[in-house]
Write a protein that binds this ligand. Structure first.
Ligand code: FAD
Length: 402
C-alpha cells in the first residue's frame, strides 16, 4: 500500500473543493484534491454564478477569464402567468461590478477553476480516486483518507481533511455525522428544449399556469426547464406518459409549444429529489465538512454553488496560516463553521418558506398571486432589492481576507 502526504486533503472536485484547493495552493499550502469521477463533466447541475462568487474571482484576478466562458446573464427575474408578468428581483440596481447571475455550464466553470489551480505547484488533483475510508490515530483524530483508484487501494496522510463531497457525502457518513433533514414539498423534473434563432434571453424565468410551475433557464444554446412537481410524484408523471408532460409544458410556457415534441421519452427527464439539510457540527478533530456535504441547499434562488464557494473562502481565510505553520486545531475548524452557520441556516429557512408559498400558490388552478407581504415588499423602494441582495450575496458576504 502506497502512502502520500499533504497539508490539506480535499475530497471532491465540485465548486467547494476546487475553490478551496485553489485558494490554499495559491498561498503555498500543499493540497491534494480527490475526485471520484474521471473528469468534471456534469449534467443538470447548478449553472448559476452569482455576484458574490464573481467578486471573489475578481479579487484574485480571475473574474475576467471566467466571464470569457460562454454564458448568459440574468439581470431580472419574473413570474409569468397567463394574465400578467410579476417582477420579482432586479439585480441591475445592486451596487456591484456584477449586477447579474452569470449562467454558465458548471462543467466549464469547474474546468476553468481547475486550470487556474494548476498554476500552483503545490496543487494536485487525482481523478478516478474515490475516498473509501478515513484514517485515524489513537486519539481518534482523522489523519488522512483511504483511496481506491483504478483498483488500487492506498492512503493519503494529511494534516487536515476537508470533505467537499456533496449532498450524499460518504465522508460525512464514515465520520459518523447525521444531517438534520428539512422536509421539502417538491421535486424537480429537469428537461431540455432547443432554442431557435428568434428566442430572446429575456424569455427565461418562472412560468405558472393551470396548476403547473416551470422555471426556464437559459443555457446559451438551449433552454433548460425545471418542471416542478409535488414531492415523490415522478412515478405519477411517468405513468401519465410523455404526451401529458408535453401538453403541461406547452400550456405553462406557451412559446415553447412549437418544440415540446423534442421531449422524446419520459426517460429523457432527469429527476432531482429536492432536499435540504444541515449538520449541527461541521467538523471533528482533523476533519472539516463544507458545501453540500455540510448543508445541502434547496434549489430556490440557485444559491448552492455560491454557498459552497463562500464556505471555501472562509475556510481559506481561517485555515491558510495554521496549515502553513502545521498548527491547525479543532478551534480553527469551529471558527469556519461559526462564520458560515447562521447565514446558511437563515437562507435555508427563507428557502423553505418561499418554496412552501410558491408551490402552494402555483399548484392550484387559481390565478397566481404573491403573498400580500411580498407584494408590499417588492413595491417599497427601500425594501424591494432585499430579495436580489439575498440571492446575490446572502445575509452576509464572505470576502477573502488577503
Ligand atoms: C440537479 C441539480 C441542479 C442544481 N441547480 C443549481 C443551481 O441552479 N444553482 C446552484 O447554485 N446550485 C444548484 N444545485 C446545487 C449545486 O450544484 C450544489 O449546491 C453545489 O454543486 C455544491 O457544491 P459542492 O462542491 O459542495 O458539492 P458537489 O458539487 O456535489 O461536488 C461534490 C464532488 O465530490 C465528488 N465525490 C463524491 N463522493 C466522493 C468520494 N467518495 N471520493 C471522491 N470524490 C467524491 C463528486 O463526484 C463531486 O464531484 C443543483 C444541484 C443539483 C443536483
Amino acid at each position: 500500500m502506497n502512502e502520500a502526504h499533504c497539508q490539506c486533503c480535499v475530497v471532491g472536485a465540485g465548486p467547494a473543493g476546487l475553490v478551496l484547493g485553489l485558494l490554499l495552493a495559491r498561498k503555498g499550502v500543499s493540497v491534494k484534491v480527490l475526485e471520484l469521477h474521471p473528469d468534471l463533466a456534469r449534467d443538470f447541475r447548478g449553472d448559476t454564478v452569482h455576484a458574490s462568487t464573481l467578486e471573489l474571482l475578481d479579487q484574485i484576478g480571475l473574474a475576467e477569464g471566467a466571464l470569457e466562458l460562454p454564458h448568459s446573464k440574468i439581470q431580472q427575474m419574473s413570474i409569468n402567468t397567463p394574465a400578467k408578468l410579476i417582477r420579482l428581483v432586479n439585480f441591475k440596481r445592486l451596487k456591484t461590478k456584477f449586477p447579474y447571475i452569470a449562467m454558465m455550464p458548471q462543467e466549464n466553470f469547474l474546468k476553468y477553476l481547475l486550470d487556474c489551480a494548476h498554476r500552483y505547484e503545490c496543487f494536485e488533483i487525482l481523478f478516478r480516486s474515490a475516498v473509501t475510508g478515513l484514517v485515524t490515530d489513537e486519539q481518534d483524530r482523522i489523519t488522512g483518507v483511504e483511496v481506491k483508484a483504478d483498483g488500487n487501494q492506498y492512503s493519503i496522510k494529511s494534516d487536515l481533511v476537508v470533505a467537499c463531497d456533496g449532498r450524499y457525502s460518504k465522508v460525512r457518513k464514515m465520520a459518523g455525522f447525521k444531517a438534520e433533514n428539512q422536509s421539502q414539498p417538491m421535486d424537480i423534473a429537469w428537461l431540455r428544449l432547443p432554442r431557435t434563432a428568434s428566442d430572446d434571453d429575456s424569455q427565461a424565468g418562472f412560468y405558472t399556469a393551470d396548476g403547473n410551475l416551470c422555471i426556464v433557464l437559459n443555457r446559451v444554446d438551449l433552454w433548460q426547464l425545471a418542471y416542478v412537481i409535488n414531492k415523490g410524484e415522478f412515478s405519477r408523471l411517468r405513468k401519465q406518459g410523455v404526451e401529458s408532460l408535453r401538453e403541461a409544458v406547452g400550456k405553462t410556457v406557451p412559446w415553447l409549444q412549437d418544440r415540446v415534441d423534442s421531449i422524446l421519452d419520459i426517460d429523457d427527464v432527469h429527476v432531482l429529489n429536492v432536499r435540504a439539510d444541515m449538520l449541527d457540527t461541521w467538523y471533528r478533530d482533523g476533519l472539516l465538512l463544507i458545501g453540500d456535504a455540510a448543508h445541502a441547499m434547496s434549489p430556490v434562488g440557485g444559491v448552492g454553488i455560491n454557498f459552497a464557494i463562500a464556505d471555501a473562502i472562509e475556510a481559506a481565510n481561517v485555515l491558510t496560516e495554521p496549515l502553513l505553520a502545521g498548527a491547525s486545531t479543532t478551534g480553527h475548524l469551529a471558527e469556519v463553521q461559526n462564520r458560515r452557520y447562521s447565514a446558511t441556516r437563515s437562507v435555508q429557512k427563507i428557502q423553505t418558506r418561499v418554496v412552501n408559498q410558491i408551490t402552494k400558490r402555483a399548484f392550484n388552478d387559481k390565478e397566481f398571486e404573491l403573498p400580500l407581504m411580498v407584494r408590499i415588499l417588492l413595491k417599497t423602494p427601500v425594501l424591494r432589492d432585499i430579495p436580489a441582495r439575498m440571492m446575490a450575496f446572502g445575509p452576509y458576504q464572505a470576502k477573502l481576507e488577503d
